[in-house]
Design a protein around this ligand. Structure first.
Ligand code: VJV
Ligand code: CA
Ligand code: ZN
Length: 385
């Protein structure tokens, strides 16, 4: 049954570009690209690099980004410099309400950063398309909010849209699943008119939580792509058990009705308990269960990163999910390596435990969970391909 993960091996291809390790969104910004380097060092310390193929990651080119993004926006992004030499940003990086974007600042090497994380996702998609790997991983990707003509929610270039467009050259139908705590709005919007891409996002919803879209009634625009967008909003404080009372039956049904030939899983780690932005209570095991459940369907699988703002938790999560991808058991004790100190407040355990006072009070009820699952299943029953 697909509900139990399996220990069968997969050919895994892993993309990591050390060029992103020193990228800095600016003093105090919650998005810290260095978390991917921490994850990578943990993967290396656990001895997993030898279990995966690593191909050269070339940064993407402007022409590749133009496959989705507006040329004018790309020209601006390429020219912007922190000292303002690029001139007026034309509103592309501004927030609603005016003022310089706090969420999307202009920082040193911004353009290079975009090329590198997008290059990883594109290379990963091409490897899956060529059939030479079963799973491809790029933890620096997963920037699901970026729009065709502008930056949003810490995301400047939408590497997911680019990767899916690449996969569409090889696969009839591509499924996108998003377990980041935020709604995967940019990816949904990009494919709303298509019935070759289905987007499914699980996210915290309500109380003004960003971006505010993704109610269960949001099934995409009228036309052939209607019902190819599925949204599963949850409330503050959901834990593993309730999350999987939604995730597993809904994803099993999605697989039946949509019959994808490839899957992209955005593994945003801000849905973990103790995140600085997200307010859910998932454990690293509950989060990884999403990866093993999707993996058990044995389809070409692209694993991407995304959000995640308590960086030791993020690195633990993605390291563990790399092990899940490979099909390897790794010990809970974090091996001694150069980044040890970062894991002190989780007692050097991969699967960290939080005290109750650091968890959010669960605002979901058995009834609310059943209601969301039924509404989602009802939407799925209307999908006619
Ligand atoms: O809620 C918002 C927008 C505001 C304006 C900006 N202020 C800071 C917050 C309210 C309306 N933005 C969200 C964006 C979340 C993006 C999530 C991205 C992903 O995980 O889905 C994928 C990578 C938001 N929530 C929290 C913050 N922004 C935030 C941004 C900061 C910050 C503190 C909080 C930026 C800089 C600094 N502190 C110094
Ligand atoms: Ca999501
Ligand atoms: Zn997020």
């Amino acid at each position: 049954s697909p509900s139990c993960g399996d220990d069968k091996k997969r050919r895994v291809c892993y993309y990591y570009d050390p060029g992103i390790s020193t990228v800095d969104y600016g003093e105090g910004h919650v998005m810290v690209p260095h978390r991917v380097t921490m994850a990578h060092n943990l993967v290396a310390a656990y001895g997993m690099l030898g279990d995966m193929r690593r191909l050269r990651t070339a940064p993407a080119t402007a022409a590749e980004l133009a496959d989705f993004h507006d040329e004018g926006y790309l020209a601006l992004l390429q020219d912007l410099t922190p000292d303002g030499c690029g001139g007026d940003d034309g509103g592309h990086l501004r927030e609603e309400g005016g003022g310089r974007g706090v969420d999307n600042p202009v920082f040193d090497r911004l353009w290079d950063y975009c090329l590198r994380y997008s290059g990883g996702s594109l290379a990963a998609a091409r490897t899956l398309g060529s059939g030479t790997a079963d799973i491809a991983i790029n933890w620096s990707g997963g920037m699901h909010h970026a729009c065709r003509g502008g930056a949003r929610g810490f995301c400047y270039v939408n590497d997911i849209v680019l990767a899916i467009r690449e996969l569409l050259a090889h696969f009839r139908r591509v499924l996108y699943v998003d377990i980041d705590v935020h709604h995967g709005d940019g990816v949904q919007a990009a494919f709303e008119a298509s019935n070759r891409v289905m987007t499914v996002s699980f996210h915290q919803h309500g109380g003004g939580f960003f971006p505010g879209s993704g109610a269960v009634a949001d099934v995409g625009k009228k036309g052939p792509g209607r019902y190819c967008a599925l949204n599963v909003p949850v409330s503050v404080g959901i834990g593993d058990e309730e999350y999987h009372r939604l995730f597993e039956p809904i994803m099993a049904r999605v697989m039946e009705v949509f019959q994808p030939e490839a899957v992209v899983l955005q593994c945003g780690a801000d849905s973990l308990a103790g995140d600085r932005l997200g307010e859910l209570n998932l454990t690293t095991r509950g989060h990884a269960q999403c990866v093993s459940f999707i993996r058990s369907f044995n389809l070409p699988l692209l694993l991407l990163g995304g959000g995640g703002y308590t960086i030791n938790h993020v690195a633990s999560c993605w390291c563990n999910e790399t092990a899940v991808a490979i099909g390897k058991e790794i010990p809970n004790d974090i091996p001694k390596h150069g980044f040890d100190v970062f894991y002190k407040n989780q007692e050097y355990k991969l699967h960290y435990k939080l005290e109750t006072k650091h968890l959010h009070r669960n605002r979901n009820t058995a009834n609310s969970i059943d209601g969301i699952r039924m509404a989602a299943m009802e939407n799925l029953s209307k999908l006619k391909l």
